[in-house]
Each structure stands twice: as C-alpha cells, then as structure tokens.
Design a protein around this ligand. Structure first.
Ligand code: PEP
Ligand code: MG
Length: 590
C-alpha cells in the first residue's frame, strides 16, 4: 500500500503454504469486564448467570462438534470433547460459586480468576504440549464471557471476503469451522507448532503461523499481508519487490510440487536401476492418509511416544492396539515400522515417576525406561503383536547401545508373544525386529548386532548428537550439528557394510534422510531404505531417480577421504553442480 512501510513479523511456521491477502483482525478479547462487588441479595442471581453462560457455551460446542462434517477433522473430535469435559467439570462451577459466595465478586471476575488458577497450575508443567493446553482455558473463558455479556455475535462467521485472519488466539474449534473459501491463512500471537489449532491447520491445509507474539496488534484490518507458513514469516504491507518475490516463490514451489506429485507412483530407482524404498516418519495417526497421498511406500518410523506426550498417563494395551490396528489397516499393504516408546530427553510423557534429570538425553530414556518399566513395555509389545495381524508391521527398538539391551528387549518380546499366543490372539509370526542405530557404541559394533536383528534403521538425529557431543535441542551448539563430519560418514559406512554383509536391510530415519542434498551420499552408501517427513517423499524420489548409483559410490569414496565438514561440503557442492545442475536448479532450490 502506497506510503506504508513494509514490516516483517516472525513466528513459528505451523502449516506450510504461501497466502497473500487482506488482514482481518479478530479481537476475541474485546469482551471486557470489571471487578464488581455483589451484595448478598444478588449472589444467587450471579451464580445463575454463570450457570446459564456455561450451559450456552456447552451447547455451542456441541453444535460445532456435530456440524464438523469435514472428513479430515473427524479424528479431532476429541479436542471438542476435552473442551466439553472442562465445562462439565463440577470443579469449575464450584470454584466460581465459591468465589462469588465468599468474596462477593461478580460472575465475570470469578470466572476469570478460576480459569487463571487453572492456568497457573499448568505454568509449572514442563511438557510443552501440556503447557500449550493453557490457551484452551483462555478460549473457554472468552466464550463464556461472551454469553455473560449477552452477546451472541459470531465474529468468525461474519467474514464475507477473502482474508488472512489475525487473532491473539484461535481455538481448535475456530480452525475447524473456518470457511476455507474466505479464510486463506491465519496468524495467532500465541501457540506452538504442537497446539491443536496448528494440528488442525495442517490437517485442513490452511497456511498458518502461530506464536507470532504481538502480530494481532501490529496489523490493522485491511493491511495487505503475505504469509509464509513454512518459514513462519508474515510480511505486512509488502513492497512490490517482496510481493513479486513471494508470489514467484509460491508459484514455483507449487508448480514443482504438483509436477512431483504426478510422479509419485514411479519407483524410487536410480538411473542404473538400484531400487530404494522411500517411507514416511509419522508422529500422529492423522498424518497417515497424507502419507499415502505423497506416494510413500509405508511408514518407516512411527514415533509411538507421541501417543502419550503430555497426557500424564500411558495408554492401555487396548488403546495401543486400536491405534496400531488403524494405522496398519490404513497403510496396507505397505509396511509400518512401529518404534517402541522413545520418551525421555525432550519427549516427556509427564509421568510422575519419571524424575527430572541433569542430563536427560543421557538418562533414563527410551529402551532404558522400557526395560525398567517392563509392564508398560509389554503392554505395548502385546498390542503391536496383536495389531500385526491386520497389516504388515515391523517392530523397532530405539536407543540400543549393545547386545545386552537388545537381548533383554527380545526376551520381553518373546514373553509377550507367548502371552498373546496363550490367549489365542492372532499375530504375525514373521514379525520382523529391527533396531535404531543411534548410539555410537552400537554403530561401532554393527557386525555383532546385525546377526541378531532383521534390519537396521540409523537415527542420525541422535547418532550425531551423541557422537559429536552436542545437545540436539540447544541452539547455542546447533552450528556443530553436522552430518558431513568425517566421523559420521565413517560410522554410516561401517553400519551399512556390516548390515549388508549379514544380509539385512539398512535404512535411515533421521532428518539427514529428509535433506535433498544428502540423498546423493545416502544412495552412494547403498542404503536400502530411507524414511522422512511425508511431504518430502516426492522430492526425494525425484533426486533418487536422477542419480547414477555407481557415480554416487565414487562421491562417497571421495567424501570418506575428507578431513573436515567444510572440505566435505565443498566436495558435495561441486559434485552436485557438476553432475546434477538441472536438479539443483529445478528441485533443490525450489
Ligand atoms: C533419530 O534419532 O534420528 C530419530 C529418528 O529418532 P528421534 O528423532 O525420534 O530421536
Ligand atoms: Mg533418536
């Protein structure tokens, strides 16, 4: 807009895509109130007002839930159920009633204080996912306040032109009932990428940025904005150059992605005929359908710990079973590699007996936890076994550091098998067992471990963390996190070669396998199988199909002589430039 300066606001990319349009600022906080003293004669009336407003809010939520309709969000009904549970919890009304009675304060204030107390309890919770649930209280508070003020206005439904929505907070219910013809993207001041609102934005494919701090105050209604949901960037009043640049970038990306999706059923095969299986990493059941659309040949890593992150409880065998069965059925006939719980470190299930540790990445994490809490582990093993009857399952043990741990895990697996068989429950007797190779001690004895398992899956996220001694979640040392470090390349070579000598499949499911540039190296090493973020599958397939395996082997030989990452980076860059200029221009830089 002429005369107005371009401004960039950064947040967290919650759902990818570029949207351009007019800003619409939704002030859900405009329901203002003051603290008032209530005379004894009005106490009953005040309590009735709250009861009525809570009842109306419940009815609203039920209506929204019943009207969901979209197939892709049916699985998210639990979000609305959890909101309803909060409203139905007698403790909420008790707390508000008590405050009105004893402190003689008005309903609005009592309600606000009750929700604020809930939020304070959540403040002390370490788990990021659970902490984010705090925003649900703000949302419910606003909703009830709206009814207390007698307003039935629905500001979201009143939008009648194409806009990018800005709000301090949007609830999952708001995201679910967004008219996608009108709302082409949204931005919230608070929230993280694991909030339910962000989950729904991804499921509904609405480009979104969350956690953009004061975005809803910095933007005015009608401002022209560009939103980049992958980068987490909002450009307000973009200059003509920025607008052109983003438009072109969006178009180029969409164009390349569309073309790649058309090729999703082609085999991931090098020019000289080496076939590699490309699968997806998933954290949640709701990702499974999209995985199929990207042309993945299965799930190479199902991070089951996400089932209970922040839940404060571990699922029962029956709950595990239902989820795994559903994933296997949806993916059939493709395989699903179910990794047993890998919590601890930055993935806390918030269970009381998991104490805070000084060095959580080196602590009671993952298989170590499972080998101690064998009842929990065996519930999961039995559930995987039973679910294996409904598709092609594989089991993957994380964080194995040596033979002892592997043997112990296998013993428990055998016990679980006997228990399932005793109950005459069906399972796949051929169920394959693999291990994550992600602890350097395991990577250094691959010949020993290869004799005991059906496959290896290298987890570079942890392998690099442990090998180079850098905390993978500490941004201060992030610059040291380098897959091209000669030590990492040597370990990869050892593991792949030992696996192949033993005749087992070797795959990779760490983030290194999602990086287009490293695919040349991974193909050269001879990986049989790569697992990655689902949306990357068509991109990686394109690169694989452009590679000559024999040439890639030579690249790896050269890299193995490299003395440091910088040298290896130079070798890789010039190799790509020389051998693959077309892919570099059209795919790598899209
Ligand atoms: C890894 O460590 O590379 C891996 C895939 O597992 P996670 O990222 O879940 O630790
Ligand atoms: Mg790992």
């Amino acid at each position: 807009m002429a005369g107005r300066k371009e401004r960039k606001i950064w947040g967290i990319g919650a759902a990818p895509g570029i949207a351009e349009g007019k800003a619409h600022v939704l002030d859900l906080r405009k329901t203002k109130f003051t603290k008032r003293y209530i005379p004894a004669t009005q106490v009953k009336r005040e309590i009735k007002r709250v009861q009525g407003a809570i009842e109306k809010s419940k009815a609203d939520l039920v209506k929204i839930k019943d009207a969901l309709g979209h197939e892709e969000i049916n699985e998210h009904v639990y979000i609305f159920n959890s909101h309803l549970m909060i409203l139905e919890d007698p403790m909420l009304l008790d707390a508000v009633t008590e405050m009105i009675f004893s402190e003689r304060k008005n309903a609005e204030w009592a309600l606000y204080t009750a929700f604020d107390n809930y939020k304070k309890m959540f403040d002390t919770i370490e788990d990021e996912y659970l902490r984010e649930r705090k925003s649900d209280f703000d949302y419910l508070n606003t909703w009830i306040l709206k009814h207390l003020s007698g307003s039935d206005e629905d500001s979201l439904q009143n939008i009648d032109e194409k806009v990018i929505l800005f709000a301090h907070y949007l609830s999952p219910a708001d995201a679910a009932r967004m008219n996608r013809e009108k709302i082409i993207g949204f931005v919230t001041d608070i929230g993280g990428s694991t909030s339910h609102t962000a989950i729904l934005a991804r499921a509904l494919k609405i480009p979104a940025v969350v956690g953009a701090e004061r975005a809803s105050q910095l933007v005015s209604r009608g401002d022209r904005v560009i939103l980049d949901g992958r980068e987490g960037l909002i450009i307000v009043n973009p200059t003509r150059e920025s607008a052109t640049q983003y438009r072109e970038r969006g178009l180029k990306y969409d164009h390349v992605e569309k073309a790649l999706l058309k090729e999703r059923d082609l085999p991931a095969e090098t020019i000289d005929g080496r076939r590699i299986s490309l699968t997806a990493n998933v954290e949640m059941v709701e990702e499974v359908q999209a995985v199929r659309e990207y042309g993945a040949e299965g799930i190479g890593l199902y991070r089951t710990e996400f089932l209970c992150l922040g839940q404060g409880r571990i699922p029962s065998e029956a709950e595990h079973f239902q989820v795994y069965k559903s994933v296997l059925e949806q993916m059939a006939p493709f395989p699903v590699t179910i990794r047993t719980f890998d919590f601890g470190s930055d993935k806390s299930p918030n269970i009381n007996h998991l104490q805070k540790e000084m060095n959580p990445a080196l602590g009671l994490r993952s298989i170590r936890y499972c080998l101690r809490e064998t009842a929990i582990f065996k519930d999961q093993l039995r559930a995987i076994l039973r679910a294996s009857h409904y598709g092609k399952a594989r089991i993957l043990f994380p964080m194995i550091s040596g033979l002892e741990e592997l043997n112990r895990a296998r013993d428990l697996f055998e016990e679980a098998k006997e228990e399932v068989a005793k109950k005459n429950q069906a399972f796949d007797p051929e169920l394959e067992i693999g291990i994550m190779v992600e602890v350097p001690s395991a990577a250094l004895i691959p010949d020993v471990l290869a004799k005991e398992v059906d496959f290896f899956s290298i987890g570079t996220n942890d392998l690099i963390q442990y090998c180079l001694a850098i905390d993978r979640v500490n941004k201060e040392v992030a610059y040291l996190y380098d897959p091209l470090h000669p030590s990492i390349l040597r370990l990869l070579k050892m593991v792949v070669e030992a696996g192949h000598r033993q005749g087992i499949h070797v795959g990779m499911c760490g983030e290194m396998a999602s990086d287009l540039r490293y695919i040349y190296i991974l193909v050269g090493f001879g990986f049989d199988h790569l697992s990655m973020v689902g949306s990357m599958v068509p991109w990686i397939k394109k690169v694989v199909r452009s590679i000559d395996f024999q040439e890639a082997r030579q690249l790896v030989e050269t890299l193995l002589q490299g003395r440091d990452s910088a040298e290896n980076e130079r070798i890789l860059s010039s190799w790509i430039q020389e051998k693959s200029p077309d892919i570099k221009e059209k795919v790598l830089s899209a």
